[in-house]
Write a protein that binds this ligand. Structure first.
Ligand SMILES: NC(=O)c1ccc[n+]([C@@H]2O[C@H](COP(=O)([O-])OP(=O)(O)OC[C@H]3O[C@@H](n4cnc5c(N)ncnc54)[C@H](OP(=O)(O)O)[C@@H]3O)[C@@H](O)[C@H]2O)c1
Length: 425
């Protein structure tokens, strides 16, 4: 039987999942491809490390170019992560006319267009399904199955760590710090969780999703981003009382010739499908002008789910490697304008005395922010009280200007939180 030889850069969580699936689903793979997949060479840092895969010692090397320059290898699978040296290795592999599969969101979000151009020039494929949503087949679904649609919006819960933390805060009433510790204990958060909780990881993934959805290169720096570190138990309780769940929502919305992009903790109505996405699960909710609304849901990380997406890309390449590559020119068709015209939830602590609320409401009014509701929450015992405002749709800039003025008032102790209220319009 014919075989296709793979070179794998890295043999950690995802790569070991890939190798194990190739083994336990061998007959499925062979029946589908009519070819066998052989792992020829594997790059690692440490040759002595025990690994959870059944590979001969001889396949391992610490010399990346032994893998990249191996004449028998047709497909390079990059699973080391980070920008460098992965960027150099992928470039070298593509220039060596080898197809490349990667799960590396940071690299694709920052250098994806350049690498796609190099792949096109060399008539090879660069695929990265696993870089967004782990095991969820989202990118290829958008690229292939939804290609008949103009996509109007893409909303996602695309960071499992923050979704786990927020779910634990909601369902088990944990504080933020307790929920982070719990996530770390279960392996859902890194020892330094900042890339997840600050929203960077979700912004990388949104830039990849939105570039594909709207056919235009979206830079990470074009995405307005805020993480979940300031969310308190009180916000979660208030959200629940108002009929919402708080999620870190990545959103890309196209309207006329404009695109709006943000990663922001948001109130999601509890009857919206994205509200049901809990713990480490991910989901992407799309709207196409023909298909309507679709939600794809599943495990956004983990050895086997992510390995499944990587193997799907490898099998696609084996089946369609002779298909002519298409150059997605990624012309700038749309203006990126993040006015964030949304409803907002604002919680603040104020001095408990008559006239304070009226003063705040009139400052909002002065800056064209109209209020949908105001609720006075618990008295805090130190002559202060919590106020919760829900605004009507307002531009974020007007909210910020109003809050700057409100902050200066002697009767306002602190602005505790500002969250989006997402109505999916
Ligand atoms: N983990 C997930 O669930 C998940 C989900 C979606 C996407 N991803 C993406 O998948 C990629 C791989 O993630 P992972 O979790 O599998 O990583 P990992 O467990 O840390 O494994 C990384 C592997 O790369 C090797 N490596 C790292 N730097 C190297 C270098 N400079 N030279 C040679 N070998 C090097 C390591 O070798 P040693 O073993 O010898 O140290 C290790 O085998 C990343 O881009 C990540 O963002 C991961």
């Amino acid at each position: 039987m014919e075989s296709v030889k793979l070179g794998i850069l890295g043999m950690g969580t995802v790569a070991s999942g890939l190798v194990n699936i190739i083994e336990f689903n061998k007959s499925k793979v062979v029946n589908n491809l009519n070819k066998e997949l052989i792992i020829n060479k594997v790059l690692v840092n440490n040759l002595d490390k025990e690994r959870n895969v059944n590979l001969q010692k001889e396949v391992y090397t610490t010399d990346a170019y032994e893998v990249i320059n191996d004449k028998n290898v047709e497909i390079i699978v990059e699973l080391i992560g980070g920008i460098n040296p992965a960027y150099e290795y992928i470039k070298a592999a593509l220039n060596n006319k080898k197809h490349v599969v990667t799960a590396n969101k940071a690299l694709i979000a920052t250098h994806g267009s350049e690498l796609e151009n190099i792949a096109f020039k060399n008539n090879v494929k660069l695929m990265y399904e696993a870089s967004v949503g782990g095991g969820i087949p989202i990118l290829n679904t958008m690229r292939e199955n939804l290609c008949a649609n103009e996509l109007e919006s893409v909303f996602g819960i695309i960071n499992g760590t923050t979704n786990y933390i927020l779910t634990q805060m909601t369902e088990n009433e944990l504080d933020y710090d307790q929920a982070v510790k719990e996530a770390q204990k279960l392996g859902f958060a890194e020892a330094d969780p900042s890339s997840d909780v600050d929203g960077d990881d979700a912004a990388y993934k949104l830039s990849i999703l939105a570039s594909l959805a709207f056919g235009q290169k979206i830079n990470v720096k074009d995405i307005t981003k805020e993480g979940i570190t300031k969310i308190s138990k009180q916000d979660i309780i208030n959200a629940k009382e108002l009929g919402y769940n708080i999620k870190l929502l990545a959103s890309g919305i196209k309207k006329d010739n404009k695109i709006e992009l943000s990663v922001h903790p948001s109130f999601i109505p509890e009857n919206h499908p994205l509200s049901t996405v809990k713990n480490e699960f991910n989901a992407v909710f799309l709207k196409g002008n023909a298909v309507g609304e679709i939600m794809l849901y599943g495990k956004g990380a983990g050895s086997l789910p992510t390995g499944s997406a990587v193997l799907g890309d490898i099998m696609y390449i084996v089946k369609y490697s002779d298909k002519e590559a298409v150059n997605n020119e990624n012309k700038q068709k749309y203006i990126i304008e993040n006015k964030a015209v949304k409803q907002y939830y604002i919680r603040m602590t104020v001095v408990d005395k008559p006239g304070v609320l009226g003063g705040i409401a009139s400052i909002f009014g002065k800056h064209s922010v109209s209020l949908a509701s105001v609720v006075q929450k618990q008295k805090n015992g130190n002559h202060t009280v919590s106020l919760v405002f829900i605004t009507h749709e307002s531009e974020r800039i007007n909210i910020d200007i109003a809050l700057e003025e409100i902050k200066k008032s002697e009767t306002v102790t602190n602005i505790e939180s500002i969250l989006l209220v997402e109505n999916f319009r």
